[in-house]
Design a protein around this ligand. Structure first.
Ligand code: C2E
Ligand code: MG
Ligand code: MG
Ligand code: MG
Length: 289
C-alpha cells in the first residue's frame, strides 16, 4: 500500500498514509544526491576479543542524517538504495572510505569489516572493484572482512560461488552476517567456504533467557570449530552475555557492552588506546609502537 502511494503521490489524501508517504518521497528524492555528494558517512564499531576486550577490528556502518528528517536508520535507506539501484555506488563508496580510514591507523594489524548487499556482491565486477580499492588504499587483503547475509548465496548459487572463489583468491575474508536467521546448513557451508560466522544478535540477546538461544549459539560455535573458522557474536549488551559466550567457547564479539558505533575520530582513539594497553600488558619485541 505504501509502495503504491510512492508511485501515485496524488493518492496521499488518505490521512493515515500521508506522513509516511511524504517521508518516503522525500527520502527517495534526496538519497541519490546524498550518495553522490558523500553525505553518507560511516560509524565504526569495535570488534573485540571477548576475554581481554582488546580491539581486533571495526565494522563500518553507514549513517545518513537527512537535513530535515534527521538521522535515517540504515535499515531504511539501505533498502531504499537497493530499490533505487544506488546500492552498488553506495557500497563502493563505503568500501573505499572504510579502507582509507583503516589505512591511516597506526599499527597495521587492524581488521576492517564492510557490509555488502546481495546486489553488489553478485555483480560480475565485484571482485575487481574490491581489488582496485585494496590497491588504491594500500589495504592488505587479509585485513578486509566482507559481511554478507545468507540470502546472497540463496539468490544466485552459481554466481555467489564464483565470486566467493575470486575473493578468496584475492585473500579477502568473507563473513556470513546474521548467521542462524537464514537457510544455512552444513551442506551450505561446505558449498560456500567462508572465513567466519557472525552469530545474530537475537541469539545473543536470548542467552540466559531461553534455552533455545543458548542451544543455537552452542551449535554455531561447535560448527565453526569443526570447520576451523572464526565466529563473531553480535549485540553483546551485558557482562552476563559476555561470560556466557566465553563459557561456550566464543572468542570475538561486538556490542554496546564494549562500545557503540563511533565517529571516525573517536574510533581511531579507541584503537590507539587499545593498542597501547596491549603493548603494556604483553611487553616484548615489537610492542613499542
Ligand atoms: P548488521 O550488519 O548486522 O550490523 C549490526 C547492527 O547492530 C548495527 O545496526 C549496529 O549498530 C547494531 N548493534 C551493534 N551492537 C549492538 C548492541 O549491543 N545492541 C543493539 N541493539 N544493536 C547493536 P545499524 O548500524 O543500525 O545497521 C543495521 C543494518 O544495516 C546492518 O546490520 C547492515 O545490515 C545494514 N548496513 C549498515 N551499513 C551498511 C552498508 O554500508 N552497506 C550495507 N549493504 N548494509 C549496511
Ligand atoms: Mg554486518
Ligand atoms: Mg550483523
Ligand atoms: Mg544483525
Amino acid at each position: 500500500r505504501a509502495k503504491r502511494a510512492r508511485h501515485l503521490p496524488y493518492a496521499v489524501f488518505e490521512p493515515a498514509m500521508h506522513e509516511g508517504a511524504v517521508r518516503q518521497l522525500r527520502l527517495e528524492a534526496d538519497l541519490p544526491g546524498a550518495v553522490a555528494s558523500g553525505a553518507i558517512h560511516l560509524a565504526y564499531q569495535p570488534i573485540v576479543e571477548l576475554a581481554s576486550g582488546r580491539i581486533r577490528g571495526f565494522e563500518a556502518l553507514a549513517r545518513w542524517t537527512h537535513p530535515v528528517l534527521g538521522p535515517v536508520p540504515p535499515g531504511e535507506f539501505i533498502a531504499l538504495a537497493e530499490e533505487l539501484g544506488l546500492i552498488v555506488n553506495l557500497g563502493l563508496a563505503v568500501l573505499r572510505r572504510a579502507c582509507a580510514w583503516r589505512a591511516a591507523l597506526p599499527g597495521g594489524d587492524c581488521g576492517i569489516h564492510v557490509n555488502v548487499s546481495p546486489r553488489q556482491f553478485l555483480l560480475d565486477s565485484f571482485a575487481d572493484d574490491v581489488r582496485a580499492v585494496l590497491e588504491e588504499t594500500g589495504t592488505p587483503p587479509g585485513a578486509l572482512h566482507l559481511e554478507v547475509t545468507e540470502t546472497t548465496f540463496v539468490e544466485d548459487r552459481e554466481g555467489a560461488a564464483r565470486i566467493l572463489g575470486r575473493l578468496r583468491d584475492l585473500g579477502v575474508r568473507v563473513h556470513i552476517d546474521d548467521f542462524g536467521t537464514g537457510h544455512s546448513s552444513l551442506g551450505f557451508l561446505h558449498r560456500f567456504p567462508v572465513d567466519a560466522l557472525k552469530i545474530d544478535r537475537s541469539f545473543v540477546t536470548g542467552l540466559g533467557e531461553d534455552r533455545a538461544s543458548s542451544g543455537v549459539v552452542e551449535t554455531v560455535l561447535a560448527l565453526a570449530r569443526t570447520l576451523g573458522i572464526e565466529t563473531v557474536a553480535e549485540g553483546i549488551e551485558t557482562e552476563a552475555q559476555r561470560l556466557h559466550l566465553l563459557y561456550l567457547g566464543g572468542t570475538l564479539g561486538q556490542g554496546y557492552l564494549f562500545s557503540r558505533p563511533l565517529p571516525e575520530e573517536a574510533a581511531r582513539e579507541a584503537w590507539i588506546t587499545s593498542s597501547a594497553r596491549t603493548a603494556c600488558l604483553i611487553p616484548g619485541p615489537g610492542s613499542g609502537r
